[in-house]
Design a protein around this ligand. Structure first.
Ligand code: UGY
Ligand code: MN
Length: 250
């Protein structure tokens, strides 16, 4: 692609962000690592989604106070430590860390990790969740709306302690979302495999592995998988909270 062109497009209530416009930057607390902030409150989102580029003797910084974190390994291996336990996480493995919970990520060689973070929204009488370590391959898969060619995996437990879902969708070529969804929940998405067409508002974007999408509240959205191999994406969704909860904190 000509260096004066990009497929990236930032709109009022959605963003399509493709790798040719990624620009790494430092972040406090991260050692021998850089991050690419893809989705942020600066564009109107209520969460952040970013890639950490880790290298030799690389160490992650901590989230801000009250912020929960989900980390998914895209490339390489990282050592995750929490509660005096160590877990070696490779591609497709992940960790959820509740707010204000001491932990560390360290890398000895080149690795890339996708992170999602947001201010945790507690519910009175419901205890905050514990940490989770998992592997995408171990999670049960279900046919989305009865379509066996659109398989959905939920990577986190489904209960009210969690104020978000991180899910993985895998579509066979030709499979689609069954409708143009319009909903209050936001999404942050990274395409992990394959390609397709993503409708966002009145735009239709050719999408492929490595592309990232932000869908704001009520952003009309639809996906169709194309090509000769399955397409899959990992995505964030805020759930199980009263829409007024974020505006009712005083
Ligand atoms: O969970 C969802 O809302 C999902 N069906 N949306 C999407 O893939 N854009
Ligand atoms: Mn949706």
């Amino acid at each position: 692609m000509h260096p004066g062109q990009t497929r990236t497009h930032i709109d009022a209530n959605h963003a399509f962000i493709s790798p040719e416009s990624y620009l790494p930057s430092p972040l406090p607390g991260w050692e021998n690592a850089q991050v690419i902030i893809l989705i942020s409150p600066q564009m109107g989102a209520r969460f952040t989604q970013y890639i950490a580029l880790m290298g030799e003797r690389s160490v992650a910084g901590s989230p801000l106070v009250g912020v929960e974190r989900f980390a998914y390994v895209l490339e390489g291996e990282v050592k995750f430590s929490i509660n005096e336990k160590e877990h070696q996480l490779g591609v497709g493995q992940y960790a959820y860390i509740p707010p204000d919970t001491e932990h560390s990520f360290a890398s000895e060689a080149s690795s890339r990790v996708m992170l999602f973070e947001r201010s945790y929204l507690p519910i009175e009488g419901v205890e905050a969740p514990g940490y989770v370590v998992g592997d995408e391959r171990d999670q049960p898969s279900e046919a989305n709306e009865g379509d066996p060619d659109a398989q959905l995996k939920r990577l986190l437990p489904m209960n009210d302690a969690f104020d978000w879902e991180i899910n993985m969708f895998t579509f066979q070529p030709g499979a689609t979302l069954p409708l143009v969804e319009v909903h209050v929940m936001e999404h942050g998405l990274v395409m992990l495999e394959g390609q397709g067409i993503y409708r966002l508002d009145e735009h239709w974007y050719p999408i492929q592995k490595g592309d990232v999408v932000w869908m704001g509240p009520y952003c009309p959205q639809w996906f169709a998988a194309i090509g000769k191999t399955p397409s899959s994406y990992l995505y964030y969704k805020d759930v199980r909270r009263d829409p007024l909860a974020e505006f009712n904190l005083l």
